[in-house]
Design a protein around this ligand. Structure first.
Ligand code: NSP
Length: 215
């Protein structure tokens, strides 16, 4: 299997984990837990404040100027946050005041993982950055295609947004990764795959922590 085939297989193999994730199950059922949504948005703003500048650095390391990738550095995520916020506001606006303002464990762990990967070198860093667009692009596309998320589901606009934006990003990201993987040895490739695998696990934990904080 080529590097990119292995990369894609990690994502495919992780799909069942995401489908069992309580946050994603709520989405599939069209269930709105306002507190979980406010928590997710709050944690995601913390995450993106750190992640997006790192993403820019990751691209700079390889002189990458793809339009879709460079656009991702901007404020792309406001729109999907507003979609979730609207659902939460309609259900229970008072829940907003009850969320924790702490950095939750998966937020901290995921960001530390990316920063540690940065220390390991440019290629491993790039691999760790890929899960952020890839997971949402892949998962949301699969769930719409399979009919698990249909147009009458209140989360449909959120799924459709990421299916488009992060899906296209992933295509461009894969091209870059494929080119860079050819320039590194088998050991570095393998460490890059591990860094990506771990980032994918953090993506799942990140969704779940918003719901676990429900109590
Ligand atoms: C944690 C996380 N991962 C992915 C995405 C979507 N790019 C996001 N907004 N937040």
């Amino acid at each position: 299997m080529t590097f990119i085939e292995q990369f894609k297989k990690i994502m495919q193999d992780a799909l069942p984990t995401f489908l069992e994730n309580p946050f994603i199950k709520d989405c599939e059922a069209g269930r709105v837990d306002a507190r979980a949504l406010y928590t997710y948005i709050y944690q995601d703003n913390i995450y993106l404040d750190v992640y997006l500048p790192l993403f820019s650095k990751g691209l700079d390391n390889f002189d990458i100027n793809s339009e879709s990738l460079r656009q991702f550095e901007g404020d792309q995520e406001t729109e999907p946050h507003l979609m979730l916020q609207k659902l939460a506001d309609q259900k229970d606006p008072a829940a907003k005041k009850t969320i924790t303002k702490e950095w939750l464990p998966a937020t901290i762990g995921y960001l530390k993982h990316i920063q540690n990967s940065q220390q390991e070198g440019d290629f491993i860093f790039l691999c760790s950055l890929a899960a952020c667009p890839y997971v949402y692009g892949y998962l949301n596309e699969k769930m719409i295609e399979s009919g698990q998320i249909t147009e009458d589901n209140p989360y449909y606009p959120w799924f459709d947004f990421y299916k488009g934006t992060d899906g296209q990003l992933t295509v461009d990201f894969m091209k870059v990764l494929e080119e860079q993987a050819e320039k590194v040895d088998a050991d570095l490739q393998s460490r890059g795959l591990t860094a990506f695998y771990q980032a994918v696990q953090f993506e799942s934990d990140f969704f779940a922590q918003a719901v676990e904080d429900r109590a």
